[in-house]
Structures are given as C-alpha cells and as structure tokens.
Design a protein around this ligand. Sequence first.
Ligand code: ZN
Length: 361
Amino acid sequence: MSETTRSIAQLQELVLALPAPERDRIARIYHLVTTTGRLVAPPEMHGWIEKYFGSVAAVEEQRIVKVTNLITLEGALFNELRASRPMEARGNPEVEAEIAKAGDPFCHPETGTPADVFGRVKGKRCITASNIAKYDGFHGLVIFDEHNPLAFSEESVADALHTALAWARKAHNADNAARYFFFMWNGLWRAGASIIHGHAQMTLSRGIHYARVEALRRAALLYGVAHGTSYFDDLVAAHRSLGLATAYGTAQVLAHLTPVKEKEILLIGKRLDHDMAGALYRTLDALVHRLGVRSFNVAVYLRPIDAVQEDWSDFPALVRIVDRGDLTNRTSDIGAMELYASSVIASDPFRVIEALTAPAS
Ligand SMILES: [Zn+2]
C-alpha cells in the first residue's frame, strides 16, 4: 500500500502487514474493530446523497474503525465516509474581522485584569493576570500582547509557556503545597474562550493532579509493571510503525490514534523545553495555515513541580492539541457520544500527519 492511499479505514490491514514485534506492540496498547454499516436509500434521495457524499454506493456501505486504547481506555470511532471529506475549512471574512477587532480589557491588562497576590510575571510578549472566577486556588492567565489569537509566532508561543512556568514557580513559593501545574489555551469561542484576545490559562493545584492526568500516570505505571517497558515509549513507537509520527528535535509529534476530537496531535518530550515549544508552534501553524483550523484547545501535562511520594519518574512532558471546528457552526462538536461513550472522528490521522510533515510552502 503506497503512502498516499493509507487511510484510517485500512488501519487493521496496515497493522497486520507490520513485522511481528511492531504488530505485537500495537496490540498491547490498541484494540481494533472494523465493521460495515449498511443502509437502503430511496431513489428520491439519490440526488441529495450524490451532492453531499459523492455517490450512493459510498453511503450504502460504510466502513467504521473502532480504536480503543486498552491502557488509558480512550476510544475513537472513525467512519470512512466522514474521514474522506476534504479537511480544509473555508475562511469567513466577517468572522475574521470580528477576531481582529481590538479594544477589550485584555488589550490593557494592567488596568483591565486583576493581579495575583504575588504580582504579575512579565514575559517578552505577554503578561500574567489572576483569573477573576477561579477553577482552583491558583488560576492565572497569560495574556498575549498581540490581540488576535491566530496571529501567534514561534516567539510568542515559547514565551507564553516560559511565562506560565515562571508563574507556577511564584505560586509554588506562595504556597508550597500547590505543585500540580496545568496549562491550557482555549483558542476562540468554539474552544471555550469567552474573550477573543489571545490568552492561555494555567493552574497550580494541591493534593493530587487533575483526574485525567492522574489517570494517565496510573495507567502508564501499570503498563510498565505488566510489560517491563515504558508506555510512553511504546505509544510513540506504535505511531511511528504506522507512519503517524514525526519529530521536532527531541519532541515527538504524533497524529493520535484515539483523538479526543478532530485532528488531535500529541507532543511528547522529556520536559517542556525549547523543542517542545517549537513543536507546538509548528503544529498550530500547520493546523491554522494548512488545514484552516480557527478554534483549538491546547493542554500541557507535566509532572509536579517538586518531589512527591507518587511515582512520576516515567511521566513525560505531554502537549495535546485539538481542532474544535468551524466558528460559524451552531452545532457543538461534541454530543452524548463524546461525553459518555467514545469520540466520533471525521479527520483521518494519516491526513493530519501529512499536513504536519509537508514541506513549507
Ligand atoms: Zn484585545
């Protein structure tokens, strides 16, 4: 099978064609089911179906691939029909003008936002603020100097991460029991941002890390005990075997096999360093400028910022990036399936990795 025809619909065949050790490693992590959905379309619907799906045959038999991560119990359902649609989104001039319009409180953060009790951290291209209605004891913002959240640069992305880490050290100094750091960036309203002006958020929590992060730590620990190898190393290797991984320096870049939602990309590194920041910038740049993404979430998982009793020795720096869909679409991208069962995915990870590795245009 050539590189150009690889698709998520053929995942099971692609795995079967691998050498046994690689196949076994994938099978340790992933459970795969391929099934076919069938329907009967009345002749009156044929015209409409051809317009939206290309042919009646395409909808009469639809291949569905269910991928389950047996270690973390994350799951994704890929439908060939949805995945074969073009990924590039169209821009909307009215929406672009709304995003570019400055004049909000974040345009003058020192008078428009509260400060933390330990003051503000000033980066080169951003400044911190204290979140007015907090998720946790320490909950801050990194407010970009640049209003337009889509006008990020390699420098501004690295500066936001660096400034958030400096904020975490200040918060930890103010309260030594606060040590579990979480960084998030909600890009525009589809992703949960209430203010357009570019900003990321960070928290520093006490007692135990956030539930999803702690669940991942525990799952990876059990994997290490059961198989004598690193879960994170095997996760990278499994994606690499399938051609779903690339690297930026020491940062591993994966087109995730169980994406939480569309086009999810994982970055895995030893720590949140220069290479990880560079990989995050390149990923966002590819999503926005190659795939037309306008609204996204970024999350950073890190081990606690000081020593604790729990075993975090194998836990990497992990960054997750996901597309949240068209800014003009009134329908939410998540429903009961995503909240309570499994993610339903329309983007093919093989197309995502192509976009990430394409030469600069
Ligand atoms: Zn602004």
